[in-house]
Design a protein around this ligand. Structure first.
Ligand SMILES: Nc1ncnc2c1ncn2[C@@H]1O[C@H](COP(=O)(O)OP(=O)(O)OP(=O)(O)O)[C@@H](O)[C@H]1O
Length: 379
């Protein structure tokens, strides 16, 4: 039988990533011991928490990697759990020297584009747009995260089919839920129970936002999308304070009443020194057989918002797309199967993909970003 060394097995284990953290288990301090005895190799693996739901995946990946490096040996994976000390070491390593409560996306060198999805009125399809845009960006090959900060209607997990999943926590570091190529965290996941009604005021909302931005292990992201509560309330103010470099997308329906309120959401973003990158009109029309379009909610709302905001801010705020009223889109949201994936050739999916393409076509990085500075007296 070929002689196998511990270094070879460690190198093989270096190819196995923790499925949630997406870093090699050897780097994370999860490989406690490797024992090579006659025809058997035993890997002692330390899980971050007991009853880790991913232990079967880890066992399978470890067995495959070690088996490939030492085909004549049987592989046994022996599971243990990290001590508090070991978990703290891992957390410190993942933070990479970053101080507690520091928002990585607000740091000067951050290359992650942050988009806040805002609306004036509720129910205009802000969460639907957020989920589908994020998935459309993933389809373009980007690494994307979603923060569902909509305290009143945290519907993002349900729209992705992960409504009952609680995120894994390592000490006070939270792992975002991986789903359909995205990383997701929702304000609903921070509540003790999903169905609990919370009456949080400004400071609690602020704390929850900071927790979702800085205590969650996001890793390297190209884009982060935040689904805001409707309106111009406390969360929008907190976001402006913690992420002045966020760019804002305004979602509205076509009718004048919705558009007027959407304008206010855009103006609020500008008061927080954030740039408004565009307006998306949702529920624009119903395509009826025969080719005619029925404008159930009127027309022209987003164009008016775009024009008013452009005039007010002195830069171009384009209308990025008009999404029709679409039963398949609604059904996909209810079933946890968003339309961009479920029916990518549908009209709605193509429009959403088009918006994502316009946004992703802009360069990753610092060029064109607002720096959170405003001329004196602008507020
Ligand atoms: N274009 C559309 N066609 C048909 N149904 C839609 C469309 N857009 C959204 N919907 C449906 O409308 C409902 C509200 O959408 P969504 O939850 O995305 O709105 P929202 O603006 O995030 O609401 P809130 O902020 O109040 O939670 C959902 O059931 C969603 O599936």
């Amino acid at each position: 039988m070929a002689v196998v060394t511990e270094e070879q097995i460690r190198a093989a284990l270096g190819t196995v990533n923790d499925p949630e953290i997406k870093r090699p288990i050897t780097e994370l301090g999860m490989v406690d011991a490797i024992t090579i005895e006659d025809a058997q190799i035993t890997v002692r693996l330390l899980l971050t928490v007991s009853g880790c739901p991913l232990k079967d995946t880890l066992t399978r990946d470890i067995t495959a990697a070690v088996g490939a490096a030492a085909p004549a040996h049987a592989v046994v994976v022996d599971m243990g759990v990290m001590t508090d000390e070991q978990r703290k070491d891992m957390q410190a390593m993942l933070r990479g020297g970053r101080a507690d409560r520091e928002v990585p996306f607000a740091q000067p060198g951050s290359l992650t584009k942050v988009y806040a999805i805002a609306s004036g009125k509720g129910g205009v399809g802000k969460s639907t747009v957020t989920v589908n845009l994020a998935l459309a960006m993933v389809r373009r090959g980007l690494k994307v995260g979603i923060v569902d900060a909509d305290i009143y209607g945290h519907s993002i997990p349900d729209m992705l089919g992960v409504g009952d999943i609680r995120p894994t926590q390592v000490e006070d570091m939270i792992m975002p839920v991986p789903i359909k190529g995205l990383k997701v965290i929702s304000i609903g996941m921070l509540k003790p129970r999903k169905d609990q009604v919370v009456a949080w005021r400004g400071p609690m909302l602020d704390r929850a936002l900071v927790q979702m931005l800085s205590d969650v292990y996001w890793g390297d992201l190209d884009a982060l999308l935040l689904d805001l509560p409707p309106g111009t309330g406390d969360m929008a103010i907190s976001l402006g304070q913690h992420l002045p470099n966020a760019e804002v997308l305004v979602v509205t329906t076509p009718q004048p009443a919705a558009a007027d309120i959407a304008e206010r959401a855009g103006t609020m973003a500008s008061m927080m020194h954030q740039r408004v990158v565009g307006v998306i009109e949702n529920m624009s029309y119903l395509q009826i057989p025969g080719g005619e379009r029925m404008e159930i909610f009127g027309s022209g709302g987003a164009a008016k918002v775009a024009e008013t905001l452009s005039g007010r801010f002195g830069y171009d705020v384009p209308m990025l797309g008009q999404i029709p009223l679409d039963q398949t889109l609604r059904e996909g949201g209810d079933a946890g199967d968003p339309i961009v994936l479920a029916d990518p050739d549908s009209e709605s999916a193509k429009i959403l993909q088009g918006v994502a393409d316009q946004l992703s076509g802009r360069s990753r990085g610092l060029a064109g970003m607002q720096l959170g500075l405003a001329p004196a007296g602008r507020l």
